[in-house]
Design a binder for this molecule. Structure first.
Ligand SMILES: Nc1ncnc2c1ncn2[C@@H]1O[C@H](COP(=O)(O)OP(=O)(O)O)[C@@H](O)[C@H]1O
Ligand SMILES: [Mg+2]
Length: 227
């Protein structure tokens, strides 16, 4: 079976080449991986994550998703809608919608009946320990709860891959541990592949594989020793 996603000799430059965000990065995500991308600020972590899901295009090199080189933006849009879930530091929930509506929104263009959408939202709220919070608006929720709503939204279409850019960057250490525990559980029980950008050491240490970037290059890629 091919890797889930693969970067092949990817470069990404900005500002007519004056800024080199990624410099000849080759990197494969295997199915079931639970990866932390670490490195100093500006080292290219977000750029790498954005290339993995086609939010950015490489300036040179290829991105291969499930065995097929993807270049077309419409192909990427479909892959993102159907196969990838996103979690952001700032949650990116819509403030005027309830928690339940934020989750349901992800399913609106997927040809799922209103009835099935509501069932799925209820299931996800329950699964993420938000059973009673569905009618609340984001402002009425704690940071940890908001991030759980965002994870529920990311899971709505049963993605194969979850990408998370600093998902705990706005949370206290207890909520952070809670969120990472949830992502760990998804990867373990649901065979979902998870790629997290983080500069939090404690979080990186809980991942099975740690990839470190410095100045746009991968300087280490290590699997955790299993005991
Ligand atoms: N849209 C952009 N335009 C110009 N420079 C950018 C853009 N996005 C990222 N960069 C630059 O690319 C480098 C890597 O950025 P980024 O991937 O966001 O790093 P990290 O997530 O590790 O902090 C930085 O020097 C950043 O300033
Ligand atoms: Mg970043």
């Amino acid at each position: 079976m091919p890797h889930l996603v693969e970067l092949q000799h990817c470069h990404r430059v900005y500002d007519n080449g004056r800024i080199i965000a990624l410099n000849d990065v080759s990197f494969s995500v295997a199915r079931g991986d639970f990866i932390a991308i670490t490195g100093p600020s500006g080292s290219g972590k977000s750029t790498l994550l954005d290339l993995l899901c086609g939010l950015e295009e490489p300036s040179a090199g290829d991105v291969v998703f499930d065995g097929a080189t993807v270049r077309d933006r419409a192909d990427w849009a479909r892959i993102r809608a159907e196969r990838i879930g996103f979690v952001f530091q700032s949650f990116c929930l819509i403030p005027s919608l309830t928690a339940a509506e934020n989750i349901e929104l992800a399913m609106l263009w997927q040809g799922i009946s209103a009835h099935a959408r509501r069932d799925r939202v209820a299931e996800l709220l329950e699964r993420l320990g938000l059973g009673a919070r569905g009618r609340q608006h984001p402002m009425q929720l704690s940071g940890g709860e908001r991030q759980r709503v965002a994870i529920a939204r990311a899971l709505a279409n049963s993605p194969e891959l979850i990408v998370a850019d600093e998902p705990t960057g706005s949370l206290d250490s207890r909520s952070s541990a809670d969120i990472i525990g949830l992502l760990e559980g998804l990867q373990r029980d649901g065979a979902i592949t998870v790629v997290i950008v983080t500069h939090d050491r404690a979080i990186a240490e809980r991942c099975d594989r740690r990839v470190e970037l410095v100045d746009g290059r991968i300087v280490s890629d290590q699997r955790r020793q299993t005991v």
